[in-house]
Design a protein around this ligand. Structure first.
Ligand SMILES: *[C@@H]1O[C@H](CO)[C@@H](O)[C@H](O)[C@H]1NC(C)=O
Length: 464
């Protein structure tokens, strides 16, 4: 809820016009004093500019004041106090009542004490001394980082994203990632070593070229910290499509994992990929069409599980209820074989992608990554001199679909991974990003997972 404070910007725009509506020259007696309306001294001279103070009551004795008028007749100081701010000093030669306070100015407009506006992720409030006081949170979109990255030669470009604008950096880390680092017991387990002899891998590879129509589009997790479910569903979707040789190309449902894989998992507040793969193997999940992503409901939870399955023997399972989406065509449950962890070496990861398809990788996301727009990402030191508040990171998981290399202007070869994020297709390079390869950038080579879909001959011959 705090995320959508942007709306507050518009809140105070109505304040001034309400004041105007309350004031009326014909019903002057009934109008409350300017100070009671919260109207404050804009710091100018009014009666002084008018050059005269009228004795007694003179309803014509006015000057424009902010969006309304104020008075310079002696009547203004009696029943109602709608005097101009300089009335006391100029007309009476005394200091004004204490409750006449300074207003704040923004874009040539005046705002009363207590008015607020939103500046990116920070709320600014007009204080009694006539100054705006702004919160000082580091924001997820930082114009300073964008400028520094684009002026430096880091090999990538940074930019603004409307979906991140207005969020704090902490909120980005909290709501846009969502993978819990596997404990070292899992990290050290099941490493699969391949025989790399005689393997010549191309300089450029994109799984979508080798398996056309079987590599799925980047997903959008919104403000659901569920990358554990999104990256798992995405890799499983590609692998099932590849292993069935395109006879089935299900886009599997992250929501099914978020809502139903709840054992030691935390839905949109984070989860573990090893748990997600366990669920895919033992329980299985349906397609996105059957169980669409609903994001967060009002209380921030992903909602109760709406898809249940039962065993059909030999580990295979079948849905016991129809799809949450009543228009879905099939409630078929898809399962995988056990996931395996690859060795943390560039060549083995490449070979796995080349032979079997996209892999899942865990990575650390740093403050500058949110603003990535294009190029080969590397975490930059542009915030190195700043306090810890500005240098935050969190664990994320993504789908790596290929690699390549590029020559820099000064003739260096830059190797990269090609990966799909889950921040929508308008983030990065159409939802994808490239990141330095072979140097464990952001730990992206440290925990990489592959999997086999559970595909029977029947699937291959009868589906589609
Ligand atoms: C970033 O985008 C938002 C939303 O589109 C916009 O309001 C804001 O002014 C932009 N900020 C910068 C620094 O360009």
């Amino acid at each position: 809820m705090k995320l959508f404070l942007l709306a507050l910007v518009f809140l105070f725009m109505g304040v001034i016009s309400n004041v105007t509506a309350l004031r009326s020259r014909t019903k002057r007696e009934l109008a409350p004093g300017l100070h009671l309306l919260g109207m404050r001294d804009a710091g100018g001279s009014y009666c002084k500019q008018r050059n005269s103070c009228c004795p007694g009551r003179d309803d014509a004795c006015t000057v424009p004041y902010l969006d309304t008028i104020c008075y310079c007749d002696l009547f203004c100081n009696r029943t109602v106090s709608d005097c101009c701010p300089d009335f006391w000093g100029y007309c009476l030669g005394i200091s004004p009542p204490v409750n006449i306070q300074k207003v704040c100015v923004k874009n040539d407009k005046h705002y009363p004490n207590g008015a607020t506006y939103q500046d990116n992720c920070n709320r600014c409030t007009c204080t009694t001394d006539g100054n705006w006081h702004c919160e000082q949170n580091p924001c997820l979109i930082s114009p300073r980082i964008i400028d520094a990255v684009n002026r430096g030669s880091y090999g990538w470009n940074a930019g603004n994203y409307s979906q991140f604008w207005g969020m704090t950096l902490d909120e980005g880390i909290q709501y846009r990632l969502g993978t819990i680092k596997p404990p070292s017991s899992v990290m050290n387990m099941n490493e699969l070593h391949m025989n790399m002899k005689n393997d010549i891998l191309p300089a450029y590879f994109n799984a979508a070229d080798k398996w056309p129509g079987m590599i799925h589009q980047p997903l959008d997790q919104g403000n659901c910290a569920g990358s554990w479910a999104f990256s798992t569903a995405a890799v499983a979707s590609d692998r099932l499509s590849i292993q069935s040789m395109g006879h089935m190309t299900p886009a599997l449902s992250p929501q099914n994992l978020l809502s139903c894989d709840t054992k030691n998992q935390h839905g949109c507040r984070g989860g573990r990929v090893d748990g997600a793969w366990w669920y895919l193997r033992r329980r299985g999940i349906v397609t996105e069409d059957c169980y669409p992503f609903v994001g967060l409901n009002g209380n921030g939870s992903p909602g109760a599980c709406m898809m249940h399955s039962r065993s059909m023997g030999r580990g295979k399972r079948q849905a016991t209820n129809s799809c949450p989406n009543p228009y879905a065509s099939s409630n078929e449950i898809y399962q995988s074989t056990p996931a395996y962890r690859l060795a943390s070496t560039e060549k083995e990861i490449m070979k796995e992608i080349f032979d079997n398809g996209p892999v899942q990788a865990i990575m650390e996301v740093h403050e500058d990554f949110f603003m990535y727009q294009s190029g080969i990402y590397r975490h930059t030191p542009v915030m190195a001199g700043e306090s810890e508040l500005y240098r935050r990171h969190g664990t994320h998981s993504v789908r790596v679909i290929g690699w390549g290399e590029e020559m820099t202007p000064n003739g260096h070869v830059q190797k990269y991974w090609l990966a799909a994020n889950s921040w929508g297709k308008d983030w990065g390079e159409n939802g994808y990003f490239r990141i330095a390869r072979g140097e464990n950038e952001c730990e992206i080579e440290s925990f990489v997972v592959g999997v086999w879909g559970r595909v029977s001959m029947e699937d291959v011959s009868h589906k589609k």
